[in-house]
Design a binder for this molecule. Structure first.
Ligand code: UD1
Ligand code: UDP
Length: 388
């Protein structure tokens, strides 16, 4: 039987982190020829991940420009992928999640009548403007997809409700847990001097990230002001905020939080130190999608700086709380976690509703099954099957 030609397309940091274990698995599979194409919607933040996992793209569209708009990304990715897809003619294109690279990668494949496999399919917040434009990107990608790799049963149900056929969905767990398990180590030593010096035992270290488009402007300013208040009130709190490279976010972070002694605004970290920083944190404040999946696995309480989430599983498990973007509410919720140890311990439960480290293997097995290389379906990921 001829080898299955699988082209993986991604472009941003989170896609790279979550696709790296899968690309490795594809490369190790005899029946598969794996081709990697990056759009480089992100540049430095993408390259950090490619280096860590030693991935060498076969194609690199190198599209990033500073201050790019969603339309800029759309046009460049769509046009850039056209000739590559015509040249390579893969049997299937794999895309991940909800970025503009994801949706346009799927659209470009559709225009060449190439099947699409969507990794991390079926997450829904129910509001097309939050997260924006990710909720719509994910829905549109789903419409263009033949094979849906849903991380959880809830994601599977969302797809069924939208009329996707059961035979086209595989419940795999989230590949982010595959990646996380590879990099988090108990005795990890940071290269970064500051991160090695922080007193993680006697200080209450808050790790923070914030970058979402729907938070740009006033909501983000509220969030940053809340953090300044928090460190003023709690002398034992110390904040580490690796700031996204988007200039809009950097300038606001510097304006509101620059010079505050207990707040460390640092450059984005490589995935390995970042994941290990999460593992040392007391609590996490974030509007990121991926961090909402990683922190519960590490038993860290997270306050989500958004008005809704497409990842309800860890909220149901009690480790994640969606607190919105109002200054006073954020301060109140952080106060509760810093002052009420019973409340803290209730949230600091290691739960792992998102994966067991086997998602990439399940996805490759599903591909082999779907294309007739094997006759046994992969087992579904089940939350009960995890031991913490
Ligand atoms: C993108 C995704 C978002 C994802 C996020 C992960 C879209 C529309 N948005 O948002 O879903 O959650 O990535 O981080 O797909 N920049 C650099 N170097 C980098 C990366 C970014 O300088 O390595 C700067 C550039 O000035 C760039 C800007 O950040 O123009 C914004 O990047 P962009 O990909 O457009 O948006 P993100 O906010 O990163
Ligand atoms: N991350 C990282 N370095 C950082 C901040 C985040 O490696 O300085 C990782 C984080 O662990 C998670 C992913 O990047 O796996 C999240 O990316 P981001 O917040 O950019 O995007 P989102 O998850 O919101 O799409």
């Amino acid at each position: 039987m001829k080898r299955l030609k699988v082209m993986t397309i991604f472009g941003t940091r989170p896609e790279a982190i979550k696709m790296a274990p899968l690309v490795k698995q594809l490369q190790e599979t005899e029946e598969i020829e794996s081709i990697l194409c990056v759009t480089a919607q992100h540049r430095e933040m993408l390259d950090m991940v490619l280096d860590l996992f030693q991935l060498k793209p076969n194609y690199d569209l190198n599209i990033m420009q500073h201050g790019q708009t969603i339309s800029d990304i759309t046009v460049k990715v769509l046009k850039g992928l056209e000739s590559i897809l015509q040249e390579v003619k893969p049997d299937i294109v794999l895309v991940h999640g909800d970025t503009t690279t994801t949706f346009i990668g799927a659209l470009a494949a559709f225009y060449q009548q190439i099947a699409v496999g969507h990794v991390e399919a079926g997450l829904r917040s129910g509001n097309i403007y939050s997260p924006y434009p990710e909720e719509m990107n994910r829905k549109l990608t789903g419409t263009l997809t033949s094979l849906h790799f849903a991380p959880t049963e809830g994601n599977y149900k969302n797809l069924i409700q939208e009329g996707i056929k059961e035979k086209n969905i595989f419940i795999t767990g989230n590949t982010v847990i595959d990646a996380l398990l590879q990099v988090v180590k108990k005795d990890y030593i940071f290269d970064n001097h500051l991160l090695n010096q922080i007193d993680y035992i006697n200080k209450k270290v808050i790790v923070m990230t914030c970058h979402r488009r729907e938070n740009w402007g006033e909501p983000m300013e509220n969030i940053f002001q809340a953090i300044v208040e928090v460190v003023k009130k709690h002398r034992n709190a110390e904040v580490v905020f690796p700031v996204h490279l988007n200039p809009k976010i950097r300038s606001l972070a510097e304006k509101v939080m620059g010079g505050v002694e207990a707040i460390h605004l640092i450059e984005p970290l490589d995935y390995e130190p970042f994941a290990n920083l999460l593992n040392r944190a007391h609590l996490i404040l974030t509007d990121s999608g991926g961090i909402q999946e990683e922190a519960p696995a590490l038993g860290k309480p997270i306050l989500v700086l958004r008005t809704e989430t497409e990842r309800p599983e860890a909220v149901e498990a009690g480790t994640v709380k969606v607190v919105g973007v109002e200054k006073d509410i954020i301060i109140k919720e952080v106060d509760k976690l810093l002052l009420n140890s019973e409340h803290y311990l209730q949230m600091a439960n290691a739960v792992n509703p998102y994966g067991d480290g086997m998602a990439s293997k399940r996805i490759v097995t599903a591909l082999k099954y779907y294309f007739g290389y094997i006759h046994t379906k992969p087992n579904n990921f089940k939350i009960e099957s995890i031991e913490n």
